[in-house]
Design a binder for this molecule. Structure first.
Ligand SMILES: [Cu+2]
Length: 170
């Protein structure tokens, strides 16, 4: 028993290390492009912002907002999902400064992806903002879900399976 326990522990460790070394990003949808691109300085606001992912997205429950330096909402209308692209309309912009695009969308395999990026308006415009974004604001993980719970779960499942097999045999 002691020996199979030790074996199971080593196997679990090896499995965890293998998982840690694997490119986890490929297991889930990730944003691969943004328009306007991250940190772009623009003299005039875009009519629409969009995020492109590495796989198809589900149209249901998609969310996308643009929040200005004044903490008001500058996006307008419902977000739209077309294949792997999530987009939303933008009002004629207002104050110069940093605008933040927040998004949350469900990938084809059912996993939610959320994040944000920013662009800058260098020349103030005269647009009228939407409502204050303070209520809608929610802290989103920069790159979505943390990886370590999956590693731990994977190690536990694999280790448990090996231990179970070892027990059955002895
Ligand atoms: Cu996934």
């Amino acid at each position: 028993m002691t020996r199979s326990l030790r074996l199971a522990f080593i196997a679990a460790l090896v499995a965890a290390m293998a998982l840690a070394g694997a490119p986890m990003a490929s297991a889930h949808a990730a944003r691969i492009a943004a328009a306007p691109a991250e940190n772009t300085a623009l003299a005039a606001g875009p009519q629409r912002v969009s995020a492109t992912f590495n796989e198809q997205m589900q149209p249901a429950f998609a969310a996308m907002t643009v929040v200005g330096p004044d903490a008001n909402l500058w996006s307008v209308g419902d977000p739209e999902v077309t294949g792997a692209v999530l987009s939303v309309g933008v009002r004629p912009l207002g104050p110069a400064g940093t605008y933040t695009v927040n998004y949350r969308v469900t990938s084809a395999d059912g996993h939610p992806v959320s994040g944000w990026w920013t662009f800058r308006l260098t020349v103030a415009a005269t647009g009228t903002p939407g409502p204050s974004a303070a209520k809608q604001a929610e802290p989103a993980d920069r790159d979505g879900i943390p990886v370590w719970p999956f590693l731990v779960a994977g190690a536990v499942i694999i280790g448990g399976g090996i231990l179970w097999t070892a027990r059955r045999r002895s």
